[in-house]
Design a protein. Structure first.
Length: 155
């Protein structure tokens, strides 16, 4: 089985909320958050890196909610990194194992990047409708956006 994990960096300009669904077992809560962890039983198909505002226990199941862009259906994943940063922020990595959820997360993150592009262009005085921003973003950046490589089985 060939599995490669892709990583998408969530744009800072797009609000995101993270909530724990189920805390990890007590013995796991004290593992070092200096490196991400990959389970031998669950291979991560997609990682989303982001800046969070509060520390959460590594290995927690989490939901990600992106207002206006996730269709009010939060993404599900596992927190595999939570590292303190200056100014009471935390570098986080959310890993997604489920192929359908990974594909949905990739599409939502593309929408986030398009929205961030639209906001950046507006700040420069170039007002774009969402459709025009999407067209420009796709032309300029889509080829470099991480692809989702799904598991294959050899017969």
């Amino acid at each position: 089985m060939d599995i490669r994990t892709e990583c998408i960096v969530h744009p800072v300009r797009v609000p995101i909320s993270i909530k724990t669904v189920q805390p990890p077992p007590p013995a796991m809560r004290f593992h070092s958050a200096r490196r991400s962890v990959t389970s031998h039983y669950h291979r991560h198909l997609l990682n989303i890196k982001l800046i969070g505002l509060e520390a959460l226990p590594v290995f927690s199941d989490v939901t990600l909610h992106i207002p206006g862009l996730d269709g009010n259906q939060p993404l599900m994943g596992k927190l595999t990194l939570c590292r303190p940063l200056p100014e009471r922020r935390f570098q986080m990595q959310i890993s997604i194992c489920d192929p359908d959820e990974a594909q949905r997360a990739r599409m939502i993150e593309q929408a986030c990047h398009i929205h961030a592009y639209q906001v950046a262009e507006m700040a420069r005085g170039h007002h774009l409708a969402l459709e025009q921003a999407a067209k420009e973003w796709i032309e300029r950046f889509a080829a470099h956006f991480p692809a989702l490589i799904l598991p294959t089985t050899e017969s």
